[in-house]
Design a binder for this molecule. Structure first.
Ligand code: AMP
Length: 284
């Protein structure tokens, strides 16, 4: 496994792979790798000749009051984990090389960036879209792998790739969960023992609402109410940023359940930690 820290070298290395006719699977991450990340890497390993993983805690996708400095960094363990999975290249760029002085470009993906998390994290999706564009330009992957855990991110990236004719297939992989249903996340490390127990309310509540959706008699407003009131029963939840039913295509809140697919999406604060989760329910 080769570790590359210089963007230009990453670009040259990818060019060599492509010249040999090898397909490249790419998994961008912010590190502190867990089984969720590893599932993406295994999928990329199974579907491509070459696998590239990046670790980059992207300053541009954190707001000034967010956890950029505190975000978990665990590079030595991460290197051991990806080495075990037999990846070819690990790309760990320095922020100063990704955003040298004078950097001025930002990719804006319209309304999709403004909904759900976009309402609470100004500039977040511009930071994400900009860094993903840079990484795709450096790695030139055949396929790039993203987790459904960050559903809005997959919608924003897919839209951008389509709009800008980027030559890459976006593969969305299922959310990996702990045994009690909590979606794996690098931010789960912030949780106290009590908060970790309380965090199970997210998946439990979504499962409850999903079951109600399948009965076919429920109405959107009633299910939103059910989501919110179940979440409020957990006293450690300090704020509900959003919790409702959305169109998986437009991310607009659903007033009626007339689509085939419904996205149940939640963002809450549990103490000082912000947790998101979602469930895609197929009604057909
Ligand atoms: P991050 O390091 O949080 O930026 O995540 C890197 C990639 O891993 C993103 O595409 C995430 O959606 C994905 N990911 C994070 N957590 C999970 C999970 N529990 N299951 C599946 N994919 C995940």
């Amino acid at each position: 496994m080769e570790i590359i820290r210089i963007p230009r070298i990453m670009q040259n290395t990818s060019r060599k792979y492509l010249q040999k006719g090898q397909s490249i699977g790419f998994v961008p991450t912010m590190g502190a790798l867990h089984e969720g990340h590893l599932s993406l890497i295994r999928r990329a390993r199974a579907e491509n000749d070459i696998v590239v993983v990046s670790i980059f805690v992207n300053p541009k996708q954190f707001g000034p009051a967010e956890d950029f400095t505190a975000y978990p960094r665990d590079t030595d363990n991460d290197i051991a984990k990806v080495r075990e999975l037999g990846i070819d290249t690990l790309f760990i760029p320095e922020a100063s090389l990704m955003y040298p002085e004078g950097f001025a470009t930002g990719i804006s993906v319209g309304m999709l960036s403004g909904r759900l998390c976009g309402l609470f994290r100004a500039g977040h999706f511009m930071g994400v879209a900009t860094v993903v564009t840079k990484l795709l330009n450096l790695v030139s992957p055949t396929r790039s792998y993203f987790g459904q855990k960050d559903f809005q991110q997959t919608v924003v990236i897919s839209r951008m790739v389509k709009d800008l004719n980027m030559n890459v297939e976006i593969v969305v992989c299922p959310t990996v969960r702990e045994i009690d249903g909590l979606a794996m996340s690098s931010r789960n490390r912030y949780l106290t023992l009590e908060e970790r127990t309380g965090a199970t309310v997210l998946y439990r509540t979504m499962t409850l609402v999903s079951a109600a959706l399948h009965t076919g008699t429920a109405v959107a407003a009633g299910l939103k109410e059910m989501l919110q009131s179940e979440l409020k029963r957990e006293p450690l939840i300090t704020a509900i940023d959003y919790a409702s039913l959305y169109s998986p295509e437009t991310l607009e809140e659903l007033q009626e359940l007339d689509g085939k697919e419904v996205l149940i999406a939640i963002a809450v604060r549990l103490g000082r930690t912000r947790l998101i989760d979602n469930l895609l329910v197929n009604l057909s």
